[in-house]
Design a protein around this ligand. Structure first.
Ligand SMILES: *[C@@H]1O[C@H](CO)[C@@H](O)[C@H](O)[C@H]1NC(C)=O
Ligand SMILES: *[C@@H]1O[C@H](CO)[C@@H](O)[C@H](O)[C@H]1NC(C)=O
Ligand SMILES: *[C@@H]1O[C@H](CO)[C@@H](O)[C@H](O)[C@H]1NC(C)=O
Ligand SMILES: *[C@@H]1O[C@H](CO)[C@@H](O)[C@H](O)[C@H]1NC(C)=O
Ligand SMILES: *[C@@H]1O[C@H](CO)[C@@H](O)[C@H](O)[C@H]1NC(C)=O
Ligand SMILES: *[C@@H]1O[C@H](CO)[C@@H](O)[C@H](O)[C@H]1NC(C)=O
Ligand SMILES: *[C@@H]1O[C@H](CO)[C@@H](O)[C@H](O)[C@H]1NC(C)=O
Length: 585
């Protein structure tokens, strides 16, 4: 599914064109978002493809490269792609959420341009509006380290991306209607691995004729598996039959390397494991992603690990889920994931030199969710009793043009003892402040939360209600820095964030049903010296600013994309360089 060769070729061509031209190299992607028909679970349905692929292609770049993605919207409704875990330093204009960007209308295109500065690792992208993630439109992101930065493990023999996620046979339009009408999602119809349904491991459970993913490997070799949960609302337990998974990285942090036989991967999270093909290959093996906390493996996603010398199919029951009634297993596993503080990071200084545990916290926010409830007759979800209302004018645009009354910087720092409201209330962050956020889950299911623009330190999680005393159990030394964390039901998770990235940043429930019903807030971080990147020339206008919008056809060419004469010039220069180099040998 993810062939790297064309990417390498593309990178080569791009590298050739840009070497020495614009400082950091550029990589270009031209993507059309459209519907295609697929039957991942044996039932024909409309799914969202990128360039005809479901899931979408891998987006690959190296630290500090500039990424240009021209997105053409061939759907019948507006679209926005967001880059989960990409920090967009000083550039929330490229974040692709409704608080920062007008959605790209059907039939239009919009070119994102952002730099993947000072970060490495495994991330993902997905459509952020209209419940579209339920229909696909997602894929993996790899940010490679520059050669000067050492990686704390040997170069693997291959790099395999797996996007896993719960899947429903209903369309995203029907699902969002259900959600609005108070119908819960319920258990998923299945779990997809790279857009494909399960291998028929049990003929009473899996119907015949389903196409499944096969991962081809060589005996004795070690592969890096990057696994992303891009699903809408289900925590998944991931495992590979008979194989240890050595955890090495998660969302941009190199971890202490430990073997796991399975890993709970919550919605929006990404992990890298090194897996050695040490089982001789007498047969194939199952690669499994099962819904967690459902007491059922029936909906499991199952792919096949195929050794080149394999003598037969995978067989037997699927490897076991962890004990489903032992709720502490998952929390203990999460606590066991720690940062390797002596490994290099995207910047040449060791991550350990930034001692987050010694920094004074400037602001504390306790954000408490609740199960969906009726507010003014509408089914909504809240954080601190506020259900986020998405105005038709993006908050960031309103801020840029000094349009008042779109949002308020008055988000409460504790749960409020008052009836819930629907409002556009934003957290006013302090630039270069150190903020402690406690996510308190009062719902009955696991929730994940994601913060755009940052990696945060996950310093603690525990059962019950957080109190000041809970700080005594914080990990102040090697908590992992990531952008998505789970919060178990009836439990809390504490994160610390250094607010050095100016912009307006989305903090959301990654579970799509909770997010869709209002469980999100923005974090406003203003540098008094205003060092944010300017509003992009190609910005789309909407809401009260829609009169600023020019017709698409007359739009000024976006400066980041190469014009035709520019490309010709670059080709000529490249040819001349090639000629000179060849001649001078
Ligand atoms: C749409 O794509 C064209 C190239 O196909 C590009 O020149 C133009 O800038 C894009 N529009 C926007 C708003 O980014
Ligand atoms: C941490 O990273 C260092 C530096 O690359 C490496 O030598 C060490 O083995 C790693 N430690 C663990 C426990 O993963
Ligand atoms: C992980 O498991 C593999 C066997 O699959 C073993 O060779 C390796 O030493 C283990 N590594 C650690 C850090 O436990
Ligand atoms: C799963 O089963 C256990 C024990 O039978 C039960 O305690 C638990 O509530 C069940 N969980 C779900 C999500 O049904
Ligand atoms: C699963 O966990 C529960 C609760 O901790 C325990 O009572 C039960 O014996 C465990 N089951 C197995 C098969 O280990
Ligand atoms: C928001 O924070 C900034 C800087 O920390 C401060 O100058 C401003 O007054 C605050 N705004 C509100 C409405 O509190
Ligand atoms: C939610 O909050 C209520 C009131 O504080 C409490 O009684 C209940 O146990 C909480 N539920 C969960 C799952 O945290």
């Amino acid at each position: 599914m993810y062939s790297k060769s064309w990417l390498i070729f593309l990178n080569f061509v791009v590298g050739l064109f840009n070497f020495g031209f614009a400082g950091d190299p550029f990589v270009y992607y031209d993507w059309t978002v459209s519907y295609i028909t697929a039957s991942p679970l044996g039932v024909k349905q409309q799914v969202i493809a990128i360039d005809g692929h479901f899931p979408g292609p891998l987006l690959e770049a190296t630290t500090n490269w500039n990424v240009v993605v021209n997105v053409k919207n061939d759907l019948d409704e507006p679209v926005l792609l967001t880059w989960n875990g990409i920090q967009h330093r000083k550039n929330s204009w490229q974040d692709g959420v409704l608080g920062t960007n007008c959605p790209i209308p059907a039939g239009w295109n919009w070119t994102y341009q952002f730099q993947v500065k000072d970060q490495i690792g495994s991330f993902s992208y997905f459509p952020s509006t209209n419940f579209q993630r339920a229909a696909g439109g997602y894929g993996g992101i790899i940010v490679n380290n520059r050669d000067v930065i050492a990686v704390p493990f040997g170069t693997p023999d291959g790099d395999i991306s797996l996007v896993i996620g719960d899947w429903f046979v209903k369309s995203h339009k029907d699902l969002r209607k259900d959600i609005e009408n108070g119908v819960n999602l319920g258990s998923p119809d299945g779990v997809l691995i790279n857009g494909l349904g399960p291998y028929r491991y049990d003929s009473t459970i899996v119907p015949d004729g389903i196409t499944y993913q096969v991962i081809n490997v060589e005996p004795g070799k070690t592969y890096r598996f990057r696994v992303h949960n891009v699903g809408i609302s289900t925590s998944l337990n991931f495992r590979i039959q008979n194989h240890n998974m050595l955890l090495v990285e998660t969302e941009g942090s190199y971890t202490v390397q430990q073997n796991y036989t399975n890993m709970d991967i919550h919605v929006g999270q990404s992990f890298s494991f090194l897996v050695t093909m040490d089982q001789g290959g007498s047969n194939d093996y199952y690669i499994v992603a099962s819904p967690r906390f459902e007491n059922s493996t029936k909906a499991s996603g199952v792919a096949i690990l195929h050794y080149s010398n394999s003598q037969g199919p995978a067989s037997g029951p699927l490897p076991d889920l962890p004990n489903e009634s032992d709720s502490s297993f998952s929390m203990n596993q999460a606590r066991s994931i720690r940062m390797n503080v002596s490994a290099g990071a995207a910047r040449p200084n060791p991550q350990g030199s930034f001692k987050y545990g010694e920094i004074t916290v400037t602001d504390v926010y306790v954000l408490q969710n609740r199960p969906p409830e009726l507010i003014n007759g509408k089914r909504r979800t809240t954080l601190n009793g506020i259900s986020f209302f998405v105005p038709s004018t993006p908050l960031k645009l309103a801020q840029q043009f000094n349009v008042l009354g779109i949002f308020k910087l008055d988000f409460p720092n504790r749960p409020m003892n008052r009836p819930p409201v629907i409002d556009t209330s934003v957290i006013n962050g302090t630039y270069k402040g150190f903020i402690e956020i406690i996510l308190q889950n009062n719902d009955t299911t696991v929730q994940s939360y994601h913060l755009d623009g940052y990696a945060f330190f996950v310093v603690g999680m525990d059962y019950g209600v957080w109190t000041e005393n809970s700080r005594s159990v914080y990990n102040k030394w090697d908590g992992v820095a990531r952008s998505t964390t789970q919060v178990f039901p009836g439990s809390w998770t504490a994160i610390l964030v250094y607010l050095d990235n100016a912009g307006l940043w989305n903090l959301r429930a990654q579970n799509l049903d909770s997010w869709y019903l209002g469980q999100e807030v923005y974090l406003n971080v203003v540098n008094p010296e205003n060092n944010e990147l300017p509003l992009p020339e190609n910005a789309i206008y909407c809401g009260v600013l829609s009169s600023l919008q020019k017709d698409q056809a007359q739009r000024v060419r976006f400066s980041g994309a190469p014009s035709v004469p520019m490309v010709i010039t670059r080709v000529l220069i490249a040819l001349i360089i090639t000629f000179v180099v060849t001649f001078m040998r």
